[in-house]
Design a protein around this ligand. Sequence first.
Ligand code: ATP
Ligand code: MG
Length: 309
Amino acid sequence: MQITSVVNQKGGVGKTALTVGAAAALAERGRRVLLIDLDPQGHATTEMLGLPEASAQAPSLAKALTKTWKGPVEDLVVSHPRSNLGPGGALDVIPTSPGMFDLIRRLDGFRVPGWQLARVIQFANYDHVLIDCPPALDVLTNNALATTHGILVPVQPDRTSIRALRLLNDQLAYVQNAVNRDPIPYFGVVPGLYRRPMSTYASAALVELENFGYPLLSHVPLGVVMNEAAAHGTPVTTFAPETTQAVAFRQIAEVLDGYFASRPAPAPVPIADEFVFEDFITSVARTRNENDNGARKKLYDLMPKKPRA
Ligand SMILES: Nc1ncnc2c1ncn2[C@@H]1O[C@H](COP(=O)(O)OP(=O)(O)OP(=O)(O)O)[C@@H](O)[C@H]1O
Ligand SMILES: [Mg+2]
């Protein structure tokens, strides 16, 4: 299972659109994908995928993160009903829930804030997990960073994005240190939300972004089709498969799948020899007879016997 966090503390840069687009494109490639809506705003759940948030009574992400509910992760998951899936593929979602805003305060009180999400998804069984992070460097984003294998960072090509990337890098260093984990790699930076043709100003900003040296992935430029797809609660890869945006999400999915394919396989779980009840009984009986010094026979003789009919 490969975990990718879509992160940028700057608001409105296309995190949610990228999470949904890349997740749907992976499912279309036949991957089993879990999208986690970690943003209390819940835009991925309600605005882009047209799903309801978890009800206040049901098991929910907020309850799972705070351990007020401890059931299996499958009970948090809903399947998205309107996405094109490749053979064997799945697009499942852990929707946002009531209590996610309040949760930030409560998680901050935990002794080691950062590992709660990892605990919730540790037994999930997917090829890819994609996490839509909130526009903040808060405890929710830290939870995503603690557990992630890599990050996707959507950016608008303008000067404020350069500063945003520096701040994000400071936060990566902080989390790595706080939870004592390996450096968090960039799976890629995704330029987007600009008008075509690209202005001179935007092109200059893009050169500065390139200088960071992170892989620059396919661009996702502005297109009204993104809003139309969202209005139908459908990923753009399903709603308008031939558009620039859908093609870009497929290329980004291919990059994520490339990292997935090169990931070392998890250590095999040792499989115990098949248990055969008859063999077990025979072996117990043999051991018992071998160890018997006659005392058992004597005990047997003392037992009252029912006369045979
Ligand atoms: N390529 C695009 N073309 C047109 N509109 C887009 C595109 N990508 C995203 N949008 C729209 O722009 C707005 C911001 O995008 P999105 O919600 O993905 O950003 P975000 O970084 O997740 O925002 P937040 O920081 O609030 O979570 C949304 O209304 C979304 O529908
Ligand atoms: Mg968002």
